[in-house]
Design a protein around this ligand. Structure first.
Ligand code: F0G
Length: 454
């Protein structure tokens, strides 16, 4: 059961089918564009949507809003040093602010940045800095049915091929994400990270962690990897970070805050460059676009996130939903990950061509069916190949049902499962979409669609 009780609630309202039809039409069949007042159960994202604890809310009152040298910055610095172990910290307004600093500081024109699958904003910042992202994740990652326990491991042979082809000097760092978001919230193993570390050390290639959901990754290492069953989450997290050289963080996930992020590293030269850049783009180096109170809530969030009972309830709730869907035969990505259930839209809607955006259509239908908001993670999210201009056609065409932390109850999960199952039973009538407006960057956020007619 949840290791908390509810002190304050936010009322939600079920809409009528007519209201939802109007809302989704108005939104251009893009769930990002729906007003949240029109949503019943919001599973768009686990980003910034978690419920803060009473201690975090109390922390807001301790905001030291001095322009420089805020006490809350030092609390955050101490917590990052204690739990993540990096020496230097630059706060940012959220994850992409940190990605911007990292990419601008480390990536040069013509560089290659290998990674264990792309994340949308991370790759875009690498590209904007002149780099090319190269996927070096193991093949199992692209197969929704594979039950590999560490589906997000790096394939060292793929990495080695890249190093031999372009030379280690054109690889500013490897981008390593914990519990890879785009493909099911699945972990890498410590054994894989140790091998990666040895490989990279020998070639002076830094490992930069996307630490956004790394505490959840640590949970899976303890559950699945030999030798870790008796270790604390805290020590596993620290071991991961000690094998890397720095991180970007979107604190809006693991760290239980509504806004915030940071860049952290051990190299003083990299730190000084990032610290100098942050004053141009985010704010002074002791607040980086955040209010003092936000940094305090984040520091407290770190202590709460690295607790066993929190993560047990968090990951347990995701599994509860996933098990219900799996038992009913709904095609989902396996094994069940930590932050979301991913519906496999290719299998759900085999009659819809990938260029008619099956995952986008499925997310729109789920909203129409039950007022539940999910997110497309397929052809729309993957964007276009900058060389050819064609859709990237990713192997994974998914709809993400993302669970905010400490927000919804088991009864909400029952409603979600029943609604998805109902939709699955009537899947034959679902039709594809055509894109009628496409923005230049990160198109999935703002694109608009219209239904295809028979
Ligand atoms: N890295 C990962 C793995 C993420 O999941 C996100 C955000 C970011 C970086 C960027 O951080 O949003 O704070 O700027 N993911 C959100 C999501 C948007 O819904 O998965 P941000």
């Amino acid at each position: 059961a949840e290791p908390y009780k509810i002190k304050s609630v936010e009322l939600i309202r079920m809409t009528t089918r007519e209201e939802r039809e109007a809302a989704i039409r108005e939104a251009g069949y893009n769930t990002f564009r729906i007003r949240s007042k029109d949503v019943y159960i919001d599973l768009l994202t686990d980003s910034g949507t978690s419920a803060m604890s009473d201690k975090q809310w109390a922390g807001l009152m301790l905001g030291d809003e001095a322009y420089s040298g805020s006490e809350n910055f030092y609390h955050l610095l101490e917590a990052v040093q204690e739990y993540y172990g990096y020496k230097y910290l630059v706060p940012t307004h959220q994850g992409r602010g940190a990605e911007h600093l990292l990419s601008q500081v480390m990536v040069k024109d013509g560089d290659f940045v290998p990674g264990n699958m792309y994340f949308t904003t991370t790759r875009l910042h690498q590209e904007l800095a002149g780099g090319t992202f190269v996927d070096v994740i193991i093949d199992e990652a692209h197969d929704p049915a594979s039950r590999h326990p560490f589906k997000r491991n790096v394939d060292l042979e793929k990495l080695d091929r890249l190093v031999l082809e372009v030379g280690a000097e054109r690889i500013p760092y490897i981008s390593l994400e914990g519990n890879v978001n785009m493909a099911g919230g699945q972990p890498f193993s410590m054994a894989n990270l140790k091998e990666l570390n040895a490989y990279c050390r020998a070639r002076s290639i830094p490992i930069m962690l996307d630490a956004t959901r790394t505490i959840e990754n640590a949970w899976f290492i303890r559950e699945r990897e030999d030798g870790y069953a008796d270790k604390s989450l805290r020590s596993i997290l620290r071991e991961i970070c000690d094998l890397t050289d720095g991180c970007t963080m979107s604190a809006k996930k693991d760290l239980l805050v509504n806004i915030g992020g940071f860049f952290a590293c051990n190299d003083e030269e990299v730190f000084l460059k990032a610290q100098n850049m942050v004053v141009v783009y985010e704010g002074l180096h002791t607040y980086g676009g955040l209010a003092g109170r936000d940094m305090e809530a984040m520091a407290i969030g770190i202590h709460e996130a690295v607790t066993e009972d929190h993560q047990a309830a968090r990951i347990g709730q995701v599994r509860y939903l996933g098990d219900k869907l799996r038992k009913a035969g709904v095609p989902i990505v396996n094994p069940i990950g930590s932050h979301a259930i991913f519906l496999d839209a290719r299998k759900f809607l085999p009659h819809i061509d990938q260029d008619d955006y099956p995952a986008q259509a499925l997310a729109a239908e789920l909203y129409l069916e039950a007022g539940i908001r999910a997110m497309e993670r397929g052809n729309v999210s993957a964007g276009r190949d900058p060389e050819t201009g064609d859709n990237r056609h990713p192997a994974l065409e998914l709809v993400r049902l993302t669970l905010p932390r400490r927000v919804y109850t088991q009864a909400h999960m029952d409603v979600v499962a029943e609604s998805v199952i109902r939709l699955y039973e009537g899947r034959d009538r679902i039709r594809g979409l055509k894109m009628v407006y496409e923005p230049e960057y990160l198109r999935f956020f703002q694109a608009r669609f219209a239904p295809l007619t028979d």
